[in-house]
Design a protein around this ligand. Structure first.
Ligand code: NDP
Length: 452
């Protein structure tokens, strides 16, 4: 049978656009449908606008520190509208680039929703198209908790359409989005309550990093509410009342549900194509990202595996090379470096101490110090923590973790070393760059403890 397309990609986010673009470059006839915005979550309501707001919050802190370095700076406050305009212009620029890249590669883009009619046929807006292969790359959406009054609360997308900084904010959850939002809103001047059900934020991260983050959050004036769940939200005049499981009530101007995201599979009519999903809606895939239909694939947040943009683009690229480039390959889900843009930021790659200790004996190297900038600024709560987790038998670095200024930038390079299988001795023989915080990673001489 002759199909309209060799490949049809549903979703124009990081995963879908990369896959479509590379496949088209390999000569495939490619169609892509996007119903909301090109570039998906990352460009429009995720990484990009969030990072711009993180940068904005940092400038406020630096302005405060500048006096210690001799600057006479008067901080007359923050102009939310100015930041929003600059942020939105950058987002629009990048989103436009995504669409242009697709067209430049020869793919046909559709500003429309796509739904399955059968395993090879899609309804795309008012057109019906057929494709030999189909990739589902529809991403995920932030979820509110099922509590009374939840509709009064915001999700992360809403931060980017707010007309002013909410003065008092409750952030629910303590995952990536929650702690980043808490820090950036605090940095821009809001009073922030972080409300989470765990004893410490960032479940799944290394315990030393979680402890350091708890201290850093407290030091910047974020009110921590551990072991607490929200029970209801009610409106009272021009404020919101957030009920807590402790029976306390917080009076706030905004409540952000940062309590997880769910894959976007509702409304795709996956049943018509016999594509299996998990109870949370994630598409079930094998190690080649094939679904229960061998010619239909799923990539990115819709499979709910490692929900990170660079992972999604790597997988999309590898899939296109495999299907159309004559170069079968897979992106590795092991040792994925990641950062959390808190204040200060966190960078991490590989295993936590607890995960590594379950696999065997490990040596732990740990340092905690005040970075030079803050020995001068005297700003409290800006300690840097760096940690290496080393497999005792092979001396390979199996985990590297950092909380401190520039952690995200530093961890990218450390990530390469870990992916290459570097040993502690490789780190030791590397000459440090002085004076930096990063050099501590190659000068950690004394083992702090053994675990496992
Ligand atoms: P996460 O899964 O990281 O965090 C969800 C949070 O919601 C956790 O604190 C969780 O608590 C809490 N939660 C879930 N259900 C409930 C409940 N019923 N009651 C109370 N609390 C609840 O999700 P995010 O939405 O923050 O982020 C989604 C993904 O997006 C991340 O995992 C990450 O992959 C990606 N991301 C990456 C960023 C980056 O690279 N910098 C930035 C932002 C997002 P508990 O821990 O106790 O389960």
């Amino acid at each position: 049978m002759a199909y309209d397309f060799d490949l049809f990609v549903i979703g124009g986010g990081s995963a879908g656009v990369r896959c479509a673009r590379i496949a088209a470059g390999h000569g495939a006839r490619v169609g892509v449908a996007e119903e909301r915005f090109w570039g998906g979550t990352c460009v429009n309501v995720g990484c990009v606008p969030k990072k711009i707001m993180v940068n904005a919050a940092e400038y406020g802190l630096w302005a405060g520190d500048a006096a210690a370095f001799g600057w006479d700076i008067e901080n007359r406050g923050h102009d939310w509208a100015k930041l929003a305009a600059a942020r939105d212009a950058e987002v629009a620029r990048l989103s436009g680039i995504y669409d242009k890249l697709l067209k430049g590669a020869g793919a046909t883009s559709f500003n429309a929703r796509a739904t399955f009619i059968d395993a090879h046929t899609l309804q795309v807006g008012d057109q019906r198209v057929t494709a030999e292969r189909i990739v589902i790359a529809t991403g995920g959406t932030a979820q509110r908790l099922d509590i009374p009054g939840a509709e009064l609360g915001c999700i992360s997308d809403d931060l980017f359409t707010m007309k002013a900084l909410p003065k008092r904010v409750a952030v629910l959850g303590s995952g990536y989005i929650a702690v980043e939002f808490a820090c950036l809103l605090r940095g821009l001047g809001a009073e922030v309550d972080l409300v989470y059900r765990a004893p410490m934020p960032l479940r799944g991260f290394d315990e030393d990093i979680r402890t350091a983050l708890t201290e850093a959050l407290t030091a910047q004036g974020i009110r921590l509410n551990p072991d607490v769940s929200p029970t209801r939200i009610t409106r009272a005049d021009d404020e919101l009342l957030l009920g807590l499981s402790t029976n306390f009530v917080r009076e706030v101007d905004a409540v952000f549900f940062c309590t997880g995201r769910l894959p976007n599979t509702q409304g795709l009519n996956l049943d018509a194509a016999d594509v299996a999903t998990k109870p949370n809606g994630a598409v079930v895939v094998d190690e080649h990202h094939a679904t229960s239909q061998p010619h239909i694939f799923a990539i990115g947040d819709v499979i709910d595996r490692v929900n990170l943009t660079p992972m999604a683009t790597a997988v999309g690229h590898a899939l296109a090379d495999t299907l159309f480039g004559g170069r079968p390959r897979q992106a590795s889900y092991e040792n994925v470096p990641t950062a959390v843009f808190t204040s200060p930021p966190i960078g991490t790659v590989g295993l936590t101490e607890a995960e590594a200790a379950k696999r065997g004996k490990v040596d732990i190297y740990l340092t905690r110090f005040t970075p030079m900038r803050h020995t001068i600024s005297k700003r409290e709560g800006r300690k840097t923590v760096m940690k290496l987790v080393v497999d005792q038998a092979s001396q390979k670095i199996v985990g590297a973790h950092m909380l401190g200024e520039d952690a995200a930038e530093i961890m990218q390079g450390i990530g390469i070393a870990v992916v290459m299988g570097a040993t502690k001795q490789d780190f030791d023989r590397t000459i440090g760059i002085h004076p930096t915080a990063a050099e501590e990673f190659v000068t950690l001489r004394t083992r702090a403890r053994e675990a496992g």
